[in-house]
Design a protein around this ligand. Sequence first.
Ligand SMILES: N[C@@H](CCC(=O)N[C@@H](CSS)C(=O)NCC(=O)O)C(=O)O
Length: 297
Amino acid sequence: MIQLRLVKPSLLAPNVFSNFSPKPGTGFFLPPLIAKCKPKSQMSSYSTSSSSSSKLLFRQLFEKESSTYTYLLADISQPDRPALLIDPVDKTVDRDLNVIKELGLKLVYAMNTHVHADHVTGTGLIKSKVPGVKSIISKESGSKADLHVEHGDKVSFGDLFLEVRATPGHTLGCVTYVTGDGPDQPQPRMAFTGDALLIRGCGRTDFQGGSSTQLYKSVHSQIFTLPKDTLLYPAHDYRGFTVSTVGEEMQYNPRLTKDEETFKSIMENLNLSYPKMMDVAVPANMVCGMQDLHSKA
Ligand SMILES: N[C@@H](CCC(=O)N[C@@H](CSS)C(=O)NCC(=O)O)C(=O)O
């Protein structure tokens, strides 16, 4: 297995938006499937067709109580068909694990885009049911997990990989996972935006270290700089949308197409009530769904 070089986390610039590339510094080695990469900004024409790669198996799964999307990705060109889940929900873990079994996949990672406030992550349950699966969340989230990622890291599964882009604003530790840029990676690219960017909307910024200024800057610098045909897959949708593109949201997003001051005013006046599950979900998600295990320890 190839060992990939990492930049020491402490050497990364605190403001990732002024300079996307990780700063050069002393390298060290971490678990081999997570490494630093340097994304390229590209522009191209866009369409709404789905992404294709002979290697990628992709499923979008839905949990209806919290209107959450969970994403399953696997490299089916590999004999062991390594797979990962992005934003699994505790209530739908059995369904998701059953699909993984039916498709003959080997689940390697259960990842979160951020500390969710409206539902409990499925990561903890998955780990208790499938030995060997590693939980992943951003270091910036302050949450406990097996592996912590930072802006610029790369999460590999088989020949495919996801690039980590910091997209704070909904919470401080929000990240967007973007499929790789390169030969054999899915085209168009796919971005799993968590609650940073929703289809024709965005995540609220009124709790958990949220900031409308940060959200505006991070979406513009880390998502809207992706190729326009990049497919956008959010963590939630409340109106029945399933997918969008960078080009579409740059043109039609009713919040993020505005100037920064107007955006801030929109966000200050959303008047949303707090998520019903917030008091249960946040503490559980700060330990990546391992609350029962930790309380018994
Ligand atoms: N009613 C739901 C919570 C709805 C909500 O607040 N959604 C969040 C993402 S989950 S924390 C959000 O950012 N919404 C933005 C928007 O514009 O709707 C519940 O009680 O769980």
